[in-house]
Design a binder for this molecule. Structure first.
Ligand code: ASP
Length: 352
């Protein structure tokens, strides 16, 4: 991570009311067309493209990753670098905005919510569907509103002290959000948790659903993730060979099993036997629904009772993104307590 490079001071005569550190990681927002393809460009150009920043009544400082990424290339070591950067500058800035590609933004936001616990400052992710240089871009509104939200305070305390995603009119809890749209501007939804804010002419905060600011709460920064995990999405026709090959990957410790509906899976004897053998070998298997809304309720259908009996854990109403990040976090930091801890919410990612 580069050290902060550009600081934009407000043109207003009064003292800035807040300071925001913007961390640019890449994504469409900062891309340009080169030979007909979108490729990331140097982030310093972002400031030229967003002169509106000068009209905000708080200070904005920009920094960036050393390597600008299409978020398809995002990986856990970069999540750790991001968390480290926020922890390092935590006392120097009032809040943080992360500019990130939309493709894997929900994974990164989920991971950061686990790596930065006891947050008392906003960490707001945003990005764009169209590059900032394009006339119809959504980047301008997304970035300016994300900055406004990050800087927003009530009685000198941050209004949204949690990891969130702001995208086209909605502020969502980061570990509840999913990318749902490839072409429309409203790219993110959170089916199982209400928006933290809705944005129109005014920004309407949904106070009861926002994690409360707690004075004296000290940031707990974690710096380990274990990536020996996998997501297995079942489908009608999945073969024993495919399931077995995945469950027997060398070193694999945890699996997010994406099941049908409220947590249902085939009851073929071979299917249950493969899973049972994996659980017996010590693999932690978590049941998450392929549906975006609602929750897994193991035992409500015969097709999930077998999973429950053999010790597959219910992922309740977790998103797949949050579930895989939670497994990496727990295996990285509490390797002997993954089963006990998985069912307990850590930072608002699920209902118990
Ligand atoms: N491929 C891009 C990315 O995630 C898409 C985007 O930013 O919207 O980095």
């Amino acid at each position: 991570m580069r050290s902060p490079i550009i600081t934009i001071n407000p043109e207003l005569p009064n003292r800035p009311r807040a300071s925001v550190l913007v961390i640019y990681t890449g994504g469409t927002l900062g891309m340009v067309y080169e030979k007909g393809q979108l490729v990331p460009f140097d982030f310093s150009q972002i400031v030229d493209k967003l002169p509106e920043i000068k009209r905000l009544d708080f200070e904005v400082t920009f920094t960036s990753l050393d390597d600008i990424l299409d978020s398809a290339n995002m990986r856990p070591e970069v999540w750790l670098e991001l968390a480290q950067t926020i922890a390092q500058y935590y006392d120097l800035y009032d809040s943080f905005v992360v500019l990130h590609g939309t493709d894997t933004m929900a994974y990164t936001a989920s991971a950061l919510s686990f790596l930065l616990q006891n947050l008392n400052k906003p960490v707001v992710f945003t990005g764009a569907q169209l590059p900032i240089g394009v006339a119809r871009t959504d980047a301008r509104e997304n970035v300016i509103t994300a900055l406004e939200i990050a800087a927003s305070q009530v009685q000198n305390c941050p209004r949204v002290p949690e990891v969130a995603i702001y995208f086209q009119n909605y502020l969502l809890r980061g570990n509840r959000a999913k990318k749902k749209e490839t072409s429309q501007f409203n790219a993110f939804r959170s089916e199982n948790y209400p928006p933290l804010a809705e944005v129109g002419v005014t920004i309407e905060y949904n106070e009861p659903y926002i994690a409360p600011y707690q004075p004296n709460r000290k940031l707990k920064h974690y710096n380990r993730l274990d990536t020996n995990v996998a997501i297995i999405k079942i489908f009608p026709g999945i073969s024993q060979a495919v399931l077995r090959a995945m469950l027997q990957i060398d070193g694999l410790k945890g699996v997010v099993l994406e099941t049908f509906g409220s947590g249902n899976a085939p009851t073929f004897p071979w299917f249950l036997a493969e899973l049972k053998a994996a659980v017996a070998r010590g693999l932690v298997i978590v049941n998450v629904s392929q549906c975006d809304g609602g929750r897994v309720t193991q035992g409500s259908y015969q097709t999930s009772t077998g999973l429950q009996k053999m010790g597959v854990l219910s992922g309740n109403d977790l998103t797949t993104e949050a579930a895989i990040a939670k497994l990496m976090f727990l295996f990285g930091n509490y390797p002997n307590e993954v089963i006990q801890r998985f069912g307990l919410p850590i930072c608002g990612e699920m209902n118990a």
